[in-house]
Design a protein around this ligand. Structure first.
Ligand code: FRU
Length: 500
């Protein structure tokens, strides 16, 4: 009897443990495979993006000891293909200050005089945040490609005695032969520009601000030159700022197009013009990679929103990065607009389905395509004509979860792209009940490219002129792929699905 009792106790304990472990593992189904997420613990902004010696380095805001914001330090990961990331030990740990966002540049000519002059030198410039006191800009350097760092003993390199003053981003400006830093006074909606010859001593060049969206905050600025498509050799300066996005109460990113003469940045649009980078709620704090020489600069952002970051229902990690996107400007009837296209070579993704010139009406499963939510997909859908109210792609749960879905499509009445995640599984915040919408850019076709990587969905429509990045947390263990065209018909020019 006693034996039976202890066996029952043992079986129950095993069941409890199994359930616990299973419960934890279950959030792994939400972990993206082609986007970076830390193995465990918290991340927000990408920091110090730099390409060197065959590797793309990603440093990131990290809490090394928990999956909520805190103990801010720089985590580190590297990748050869921008799809798969190898996580490395914490790069810059907190001290009496939190190590907030910043950048890394290669000090090619060793102008800083720091470190070993015979080895390549990475210089990190970041914000030291003294909780409840103030923020100043600090420097650290590394002679081993970012694995270990020495904090500069004469820090700070820049201090204007403000409580909020952060997120320096530095680039080399060839015409004026100086490094230029953009750094933010978040609550004043001001970006300051500084110049330096040696990365240590910084002189104020100018200020820009109080324009565009000034509703919430300005953080994580970057200033870079983008090629204008269709005009060989033509480039424009673009200032990016993380701020309030297109939705009130949610952060997002905006940009200003103009000119930079080595001292001042001039916005060529009216001060009231608001241009947003992404019309989803999950793209923030993006900064460009330094030390790359592609025709188009590349960047990535944090795929989450401060409004609900703490509620992301994953464990043991929380937070992830967007895909890497190549940046340019394109002429549109409304003026120059940002264009973002997926940068990584997707040749590891294998064709899964292709069909051209067919009609859809109502909601139907796609031919003989077998969707698996254990895979990541790149989907291209082009429509040639539609008289429907709206059309698009629907990823739907199966069986008991058949009312679960996420819809990605185009509203022909309002002429808007949309992502509707109202019924997409776990609704972690009221922000999920508000559709993400972006206006059609006239004359640029109706093609969608969509990267669906477990919990991350990135839509880059109209050749990248429209971006909508949204997270989802499906509960359904099995899902299916549907197309919809409500009320009337839509002619699909082509659908192509690649998967991995
Ligand atoms: C932006 C931000 C930055 C800051 C960092 C702190 O998301 O608030 O301004 O440096 O996060 O983690």
């Amino acid at each position: 009897m006693k034996n039976l009792h202890s066996s029952i106790v043992l079986i129950f304990s095993l069941l409890i443990i199994a359930n616990h472990v299973w419960g934890q593992e279950s959030t792994e189904t939400w972990r993206p495979a082609l986007h970076f997420s830390p193995k465990k613990n918290w991340t927000n902004d990408p920091n110090g993006l730099i390409y060197f010696n065959g590797y793309y380095h990603l440093f990131f805001q990290h809490n090394p000891s928990g999956n909520q914001w805190g103990n801010m330090s720089w985590g580190h990961a590297k990748s050869k293909d921008l799809l798969h990331w190898e996580e490395l030990p914490v790069a810059i740990p907190k001290d009496s200050a939190y190590i907030f966002s910043g950048c890394v540049v290669l000090d090619k000519d060793h102008v800083s005089g720091l470190g070993d002059p015979k080895k390549p030198l990475f210089v990190a410039i970041y914000t030291a945040d003294f909780p409840n006191k103030g923020e100043e800009q600090h420097l650290a350097y590394s002679n081993d490609e970012g694995l270990t760092w020495v904090k500069y003993e004469m820090n700070p390199i820049l201090n204007i005695h403000l409580k909020d003053f952060r997120d320096p981003n530095v680039f080399w400006h060839e015409p004026s032969k100086q490094f230029v830093m953009v750094v933010s006074k978040p609550k004043e909606f001001i970006i300051q520009l500084y110049g330096s010859k040696n990365l240590i001593r910084w002189d104020l060049l100018s200020e820009f601000g109080q324009q565009g969206d000034v509703e919430k905050i300005w953080e994580c600025p970057s200033l870079l030159q983008l090629p204008v498509e269709g005009k060989v050799g033509s480039k424009k300066w673009v200032l990016f700022v993380s701020s309030q996005g297109p939705y009130k109460d949610y952060v997002g990113m905006q940009y200003f197009v103009g000119d930079f003469d080595g001292k001042n940045f001039k916005n060529e649009n009216s001060p009231e013009t608001k241009l947003y980078v992404d019309h989803g709620k999950d793209f923030y704090a993006a900064i460009p990679f330094s030390n790359v020489n592609f025709e188009k600069p590349i960047w990535l952002g944090w795929a989450l929103n401060w409004a609900y970051a703490k509620d992301q229902p994953t464990s043991p990690w929380r937070g992830q990065m967007s895909s890497v996107r190549a940046l340019s400007l394109a002429s549109t009837p409304q003026g120059l607009r940002l264009k973002q296209v997926f940068m990584p070579k997707m040749d590891r993704l294998k064709p899964q389905f292709k069909q051209a010139n067919f009609k859809i009406m109502g909601t139907s499963k796609l031919g003989n395509f077998k969707f698996s939510n254990k895979k990541s997909y790149l989907i291209e859908l082009e429509v040639s004509r539609s008289v429907a109210k709206n059309w698009g792609i629907s990823i739907r749960g199966v069986g008991v979860n058949s009312n679960e879905k996420i819809d990605i499509g185009f509203d022909e009445e309002k002429k808007q792209w949309f992502v509707d995640r109202k019924k997409s599984g776990k609704i972690i915040h009221k922000g999920f009940l508000l559709e993400d919408r972006a206006d059609l850019i006239k004359g640029k076709g109706k093609k969608i490219r969509l990267l669906l990587d477990h919990s991350i969905l990135e839509v880059l429509a109209q050749d990248g002129l429209v971006a909508i990045s949204s997270l989802r947390f499906p509960i359904a263990r099995e899902e299916e792929f549907w197309l919809f065209s409500s009320n009337k018909e839509t002619i699909i020019k082509q659908i192509l699905i690649l998967g991995l």
